[in-house]
Structures are given as structure tokens and as C-alpha cells.
Design a protein around this ligand. Structure first.
Ligand SMILES: Cc1cc2nc3c(=O)[nH]c(=O)nc-3n(C[C@H](O)[C@H](O)[C@H](O)COP(=O)(O)OP(=O)(O)OC[C@H]3O[C@@H](n4cnc5c(N)ncnc54)[C@H](O)[C@@H]3O)c2cc1C
Length: 421
């Protein structure tokens, strides 16, 4: 009998290590997260339920320490597993709660340019490893979006940081950070360490001025707002963060002029692949719900799935999972195996291609949730069956990281060599 593990995941590309991680995370998500997922949805303001769950995944399962070097207390995941393991974890968590998956993966997302080989910054990793590899919950957050526009900050290809309003000014041995960020995952009371995008020269479109800076939340001059009340993704807390003459050591710039912009594309390509894994996880969750429903629900004297018009919808769901999963695994492979493809995960062309995958994945997941609801009807709209939560949460999967417009135009820029967009 086919099930969620029969959708495309090339066996020759997956490892024993990934299989074990998949089994462990799936069991945890089914036993621990699923029974309380409706309550987590109400916990957007306080995160009383979410915090202990975050500790279980980030600390006990070791997601926070997974990529850190062994000599600093981490698990030093092999380079050829980086993206396969990331997507495996994100997919399995998203099958139950994509908001929770977002909160987990974003804890380390902003560190990608200094955390992964071969672009590690050992001096900075040494500073932060005791927290990320320790026994207490410590959470990272990547602050990109600003009130004026999130997409413009991400649009490095054309705007090259010109519109960034958050500034970093060097004074002696310290950077002084000023500005206002909004929306980042793991803000509010959650995040402990921010990776902040700031410009070293306001209005500059020189990529040497695009900077990435580590700012601990406890620094003087940092203040955070209240959590936003969103349509979904309650397990991800988002709020305003203000920086008022915040002083950080000079060494807290991740790589320096030029390199910050170059290696940040690694963060983008990982974000797009993570987005696809999230969509695949949600779609598999929906597949399980709608398969059970259309098998057990008797309409006009036979199971719903035996009606041809319903079968057409079921086929569409299966096709969306197959196509998104196949495409995702092809790019995972390219990310993890530069020795075969000659691709670096921060290559501009590769990053722009992953934008296309993210668009496809977000359209697929939205369609799958909506079509499933068409046939579950009012029950699909009720909280108790779980579909409604996936439907609400997954809309966001297409909106972040520059939104639909920026992702689509960057993808077209690559494939069609657009010169002005
Ligand atoms: C649950 C959640 C988690 C999030 N996590 C993070 C996070 O971790 N870090 C973070 O910094 N932010 C985060 N965000 C914010 C999110 O990434 C931004 O909202 C998103 O990037 C879009 O920015 P914006 O809302 O300012 O839209 P705008 O920048 O105002 O864009 C509006 C629309 O215009 C389109 N557009 C932009 N440029 C062009 C163009 N040149 N041509 C055509 N169309 C264009 C965009 O694609 C978009 O569709 C999160 C938001 C949510 C809700």
C-alpha cells in the first residue's frame, strides 16, 4: 500500500544517517507534537508550550549543534549531508507543524555563512559554540526585513543593498548598529542571537557595504516588540526589533566587505530549499488526512475517492508532491555534491534557480491544501482534522524571503538573462 515514503526520494542519494534521523524526528513529531498541535496554535503570545518543544529539537536532538565543528562541541555533520539532513528534518516537522519547523531551522539559518564548510569563521564560531552546543536552550534569528521593504533588502542582484536602512558604523574596535527590523522568525522573547543585515554606507549600492553582523539580544540598546498575531505559524514568534546605538565587537562582522554579500547567497539558497522541504512535509501531512477521509467518507453510496471527480483531485495532490519532491532532491544533490556538479551553494546562478523551486513549491502546497479542503468540505474547515491548520500555515511559505514577485523575477533573471529586472 503506497504511503508518504513512496513519493520520490532517490534511494541512491540518501544515507543511513538520514534514514535514522527521519525515523527519529517522525516519531518525535507524531508522539510529542501532534497531540498538542492545536494548543501550540493558541500559544503564539507566550510560547509556554513552544519553548520546551524547541529545547527538545534544538538541544536534545542537537539541531543547534549539528553543523558546529567537533572540537567546539558540535557534531560536525559531513558536508555531503548538509542539505539532505536539513531538508529531512524540516520536511518531517512540517508534516505536523510547518510553523514549528520554521522556528527550529531559523535558529541556525542566519549562521550559515560562518557555520558551514568551507566558509567557516572559526573565531566567531568559538565565541558562540558554548551556547549553541550547550545544554540550555539558545536560539538564533536572522534579521533581514525592514519596515520599508523586505524584498528590496533581498534583491541583491539589482538593488545591491541600496535601500537598507539599518546601519553599521565602525568606531574604533566596535560597530555601532542603528535601525529597525521587523518580522524575523524567533524574535520577541525567543531569539538570543541575531544575524543582522546592515549597510556600512547608507544608500550605497556597492556590495562591499552589505554587511552581516552578530548581535546578541542582551546588548545594550536592543529592544523588542510584542509578538505579532498572525493567520498561522503560531510556533514561530515574530516581532519588531530596534537597535539604538548598539555596540558590538569589530570581529562580529561575519566575513567582511564583499564576502558577506557573496556568502549570504548560501543563506538564500538554503532558505529556498528549506521552503521546498516545508511544502513537501505539509503536502504529505495533507495526503495522509485526505486519503483517510476520502476512504472512510461514503457519499452517494460509495467511498468519496471512488468518485471520478474526487479521484482527479487526489491525482493532482499526488502529482504536486511527486514533482516538488523530485525537484527538491535534484537541488539537494547539487548543493551537497559540488564535486559532481561544480556548483557552489553560494553561486548566484544556483541561488536564482532555487528561487524557482520555492515558487513552484509554494504554489503546489497552496493548491494541495485548497483542493483537499474542497473535498473534505466543512470538516476540512474545522480545526479537529488538522487540514485547516496546514491551509492557514502554508500560505506563508510563498510569502517570505522576498515574496512571490521577487522569487519569480530572480528566477527569470537567471533563465532568460533579464538585464533590467
Ligand atoms: C512566519 C514569517 C516568518 C518570517 N521570517 C523572517 C525571517 O526569519 N527574517 C526576516 O527578515 N523576515 C522574515 N519574515 C518576513 C518576510 O520574509 C517578508 O515579509 C518578505 O520577505 C516580503 O517582504 P515585505 O513583506 O516587506 O514585502 P515587500 O517588500 O513590500 O514586497 C511586496 C511584494 O512585492 C513583490 N516585489 C518585490 N520586489 C519586486 C519587483 N522588483 N518586481 C515585482 N514585484 C516585486 C514581492 O515579491 C512581494 O510579493 C517572515 C514573515 C513571516 C510572516
Amino acid at each position: 500500500m503506497p504511503g508518504i515514503d513512496d513519493f520520490i526520494r532517490p534511494k541512491e542519494w540518501t544515507s543511513e544517517m538520514q534514514a535514522q534521523m527521519r525515523t527519529a524526528i517522525r516519531k518525535w513529531a507524531d508522539d510529542r507534537l501532534k497531540p498538542i498541535v492545536e494548543n501550540v496554535d493558541e500559544d503564539w503570545k507566550d510560547h509556554k508550550l513552544v519553548e520546551p518543544l524547541l529545547k527538545e529539537v534544538l538541544v536534545d536532538f542537537g539541531l543547534n549543534s549539528a553543523f558546529f565543528p567537533t572540537e567546539l562541541g558540535g557534531q560536525d555533520m559531513p558536508e555531503n549531508q548538509y542539505m539532505a539532513m536539513t531538508c529531512t528534518v524540516v520536511e518531517e516537522l512540517s508534516r505536523i507543524d510547518s510553523g514549528f519547523a520554521t522556528a527550529c531551522i531559523c535558529s541556525i539559518w542566519g549562521l550559515v555563512p560562518i557555520l558551514l564548510k568551507p566558509t567557516r569563521n572559526m573565531e566567531l564560531l568559538k565565541d558562540i559554540a558554548p551556547k549553541f552546543c550547550g545544554r540550555d536552550l539558545y536560539v538564533g534569528s536572522h534579521l533581514i526585513t525592514e519596515p520599508a521593504s523586505g524584498a528590496d533588502v533581498e534583491n541583491l542582484g539589482v538593488l545591491k543593498g541600496k535601500t537598507i536602512q539599518t546601519t553599521a558604523t565602525l568606531e574604533g574596535d566596535e560597530w555601532i548598529i542603528n535601525g529597525h527590523k521587523i518580522w524575523a522568525t524567533n524574535t520577541g522573547r525567543v531569539g538570543d542571537l541575531y544575524t543582522v543585515i546592515a549597510t556600512t554606507r547608507k544608500g550605497s549600492s556597492d556590495l562591499n557595504d552589505f554587511g552581516l553582523f552578530l548581535v546578541p539580544r542582551e546588548s545594550e540598546g536592543v529592544s523588542v516588540g510584542n509578538p505579532y498575531h498572525k493567520a498561522g505559524m503560531a510556533a514561530d514568534m515574530n516581532s519588531d526589533v530596534w537597535f539604538d546605538h548598539v555596540r558590538i565587537p569589530k570581529k562580529n562582522r561575519l566575513h567582511g566587505p564583499g564576502k558577506d554579500a557573496e556568502y549570504w547567497l548560501r543563506t538564500v539558497s538554503m532558505g529556498q530549499l528549506g521552503t521546498a522541504a516545508m511544502a513537501v512535509g505539509v503536502m504529505k501531512g495533507v495526503y495522509e488526512i485526505i486519503k483517510k477521509w476520502t476512504t472512510e467518507r461514503i457519499v452517494a453510496g460509495k467511498p468519496l475517492k471512488e468518485h471520478s471527480i474526487c479521484a482527479e483531485m487526489l491525482s493532482e495532490i499526488a502529482m504536486n508532491i511527486e514533482s516538488t519532491s523530485a525537484w527538491m532532491w535534484a537541488y539537494i544533490r547539487e548543493w551537497d555534491h559540488p564535486e559532481i556538479y561544480g556548483t557552489k551553494s553560494w553561486d548566484e546562478g544556483f541561488t536564482l534557480k532555487t528561487r524557482g523551486l520555492a515558487v513552484h513549491a509554494s504554489i503546489a502546497v497552496e493548491r494541495v491544501c485548497s483542493r483537499a479542503m474542497d473535498f473534505m468540505s466543512s470538516a476540512g474547515y474545522a480545526r479537529e482534522y488538522g487540514l485547516e491548520k496546514h491551509w492557514r500555515d502554508s500560505k506563508m511559505i510563498g510569502l517570505w524571503m522576498g515574496g512571490y514577485g521577487l522569487k519569480a523575477l530572480e528566477n527569470a533573471r537567471y533563465w532568460f538573462e533579464c538585464e533590467t529586472l
